[in-house]
Design a protein. Structure first.
Length: 128
């Protein structure tokens, strides 16, 4: 898996909650395809430096995620086919300390401890 960053501008025709929901749909799609999300930024309405598809504003957002390079073409097509997205860019990046490797995101299975064992340990600690 490689680390990618997807930055995109959502149409200002959507409300802020709708833009947030749309961004979550993109995140869900990445996860369904086996991607591991490491960072996501909420969509923020920004004035654009120049018009894109006759729009002066848009919701800017970005996602950092680990993704299988073979499936990147599907993601690119999905993003380009969305009419709600004015412009997008996917780049390969080196993970930063903040976005270490996907192994950190995995959870460890812990053994279950009986209540009697916990009570014994508490008695030892408290000296009863």
């Amino acid at each position: 898996m490689k680390y990618y960053e997807l930055t995109y501008i959502i149409s200002p025709k959507l409300t802020e909650p709708e833009a947030q929901k749309f961004s979550e749909e993109i995140i869900d799609w990445i996860k369904k395809e086996g991607g591991i999300l490491s960072e996501a930024h909420n969509p923020l309405k920004r004035r654009l430096a120049y018009q894109i598809k006759k729009e002066d504003e848009g919701f800017l957002t970005s996602l950092g995620f680990y993704f299988n390079p073979e499936k990147l073409i599907n993601l690119t097509e999905k993003v380009k086919s969305e009419t709600k997205i004015l412009r997008s860019l996917i780049i390969t990046k080196e993970p930063t300390k903040k976005t270490e490797s996907p192994k950190i995101l995995e959870t460890k299975k812990e053994e279950k401890v009986a209540i009697e064992d916990i009570e014994k340990k508490l008695e030892e600690i408290l000296g009863e």
